[in-house]
Design a protein around this ligand. Structure first.
Ligand SMILES: [Zn+2]
Length: 177
């Protein structure tokens, strides 16, 4: 990890959260209220995997206030993703949806057996699906279809899906079939 000029004033000890809180003090010192509205400037919601290697704002040329970002394991379009997209569109005016999955996703090695193993371990079967996959292109197509067919969304005409290559930083568009 590179050192930056924004090292906190106080030596950082303790947990990673303590470190984040210290970094926040330095951030707030430099912060000026941009006076923004909560409605995303570009009227777009980006649904992406939580993968630590994807810097969404940098990768897409986005700035503060431009978009909603909805992230989870896999960038899967779950009921909760639809919940966020519905609020994004109906309460906060977004019209476009961009879906981003990526190469080398952790979900490629997980199957629904994961739920069974959990059930055996803790004595309770999770209500959620793992939504693992083996074909990332097909998974993006499935996600596009889940958004396009949602009855709750106002805008489903501009929904596009991509695979982000974690080695090159490039997006590859997946066309719906
Ligand atoms: Zn991933």
């Amino acid at each position: 990890m590179s050192t930056t000029s924004s090292t906190p004033a106080e030596p950082v000890t303790g947990s990673v959260t303590d470190r984040l809180v210290a970094a926040n003090r330095a951030y707030a010192d430099q912060f000026t209220d941009p006076g923004m509205d909560a409605r995303p400037v570009l009227k777009v919601a980006v649904v992406a995997c939580m993968d630590a290697r994807i810097d969404l704002h940098a990768a897409l040329g986005l700035h503060l206030g431009d978009c909603h970002t909805i992230r989870n394991a896999g960038g899967v379009v779950t009921d909760d993703t639809i919940r966020s997209l519905t609020i994004s569109q109906r309460a906060l005016g977004t019209r476009s949806v961009v879906l981003i999955h990526h190469t080398g996703c952790g979900l490629e090695s997980l199957t629904e057996d994961f739920r069974t193993e959990l059930e055996h371990e803790v004595g309770q079967r999770p209500t959620w699906a793992v939504d693992g996959f083996t074909d990332v292109d097909q998974d993006v197509r499935q996600s596009i279809n889940r958004v396009r067919t949602s009855p709750f969304l106002l805008h489903t005409d501009d929904v596009r899906g991509f695979v982000f290559d974690v080695h090159t930083g490039l997006l590859r568009e997946i066309t719906a079939e």
